[in-house]
Design a protein. Structure first.
Length: 302
């Protein structure tokens, strides 16, 4: 898979996440955040389970079984996924959709910073203005011109760190094992089991509440987790983590589009400018790095 193809797949992931935002918000009206997180990630694990089995059999035939260290890496990704998803869900309960949409985008500039600090990878110069443009675009698109910090906002801000680490590491882990479906499904199982165990111990839940949230759980479990998160793992084997963070931030843009189409939301002038900034940053991070290849020996005479 080429880098461009991988980033296009990540854009599809962002589109699915944007479309699932309404379902995620409505489902939270009937069940607690850890219950919602646990159930939807276990549904996602069931969706990808057949592909996990086929990949496991293939690795056995090739005499490349997963090692204990591989299992620990998958568990680590599941823990990051759990921290990010759980803190975001907890934050959504006590903050506005506007604030949550903007604050979640804070992970975008974190990824290139962490890539530099942790992996010693210096991204292409275009990533830095692209990340800042995404952040500014999310701010304008959300309409959070009078952003006030609440306890829910602090939970959302805290969730950006595990999200950033997850985006940074998931592609490296999957590529190192050559087992994207086992990595994807394994992290879903870790996240779902731990979240649901916590929910059963500490959150009130009722059968009526679960029934009321059924469509939201099924849609987010199948599409947002089973399809989109798995596609993210596959795509990030071939995409740079910093590129992926910028492309995935288009979730905010797609959420606005679905809000316009399905809920009658209308964008202000600032929101339209925000969409333009996010789109420009996605195009820029794809095209600007190619310039260095086109300026090789003899390029001036072509």
């Amino acid at each position: 898979m080429s880098r461009i193809s991988a980033n296009l797949l990540l854009m599809l992931v962002a589109l699915i996440w944007g479309s699932a935002f309404v379902a995620q918000s409505q489902g939270m009206a009937h069940v607690g955040p850890m219950t919602f997180t646990g159930v939807r990630f276990l549904i996602g694990a069931l969706v990808v389970a057949p592909l996990m089995w086929l990949e496991w059999r293939s690795l056995q035939r090739e005499a490349k079984p997963l090692k204990q260290a591989d299992g620990l890496q998958i568990a680590g990704l599941g823990a990051l996924l759990l921290l990010g998803a759980a803190m975001q869900q907890i934050g959504i309960v006590s903050t506005t959709v506007t604030n949550a949409g903007f604050l979640t985008a804070l992970y975008v500039p974190l990824v290139p910073v962490l890539s530099w600090l942790v992996l010693r990878h210096l991204p292409h110069w275009s990533v830095w203005p692209g990340a800042l443009a995404c952040l500014a675009g999310a701010y304008l698109l959300s309409g959070a011109h009078e952003l006030s910090i609440s306890s829910g906002d602090l939970w959302i801000i805290a969730s950006t760190l595990p999200w950033a680490f997850h985006v940074l590491l998931v592609g490296r882990v999957a590529d190192g094992m050559s087992a994207p479906f086992l990595v994807a499904g394994g992290q879903f199982v870790v996240c779902g089991v731990v979240a649901l165990g916590w929910a059963l111990a500490y959150e009130p839940y009722t059968l009526v509440g679960l029934q009321a949230a059924t469509w939201a759980l099924v849609y987010t479990g199948v599409m947002s987790v089973g399809v989109a998160f798995t596609a993210q793992v596959v795509a990030q084997r071939y995409a740079h983590a910093t590129d992926a963070a910028i492309v995935l931030s288009s979730e905010t843009l797609f959420a606005a589009v679905f809000g316009y189409l399905l809920m009658g939301d209308r964008l202000s002038t600032a929101g339209i400018v925000g969409c333009g900034l996010i789109f420009a940053s996605m195009v820029g991070v794809q095209l600007l790095p190619l310039l260095r290849y086109n300026r090789g020996p003899g390029a001036a005479g072509q």
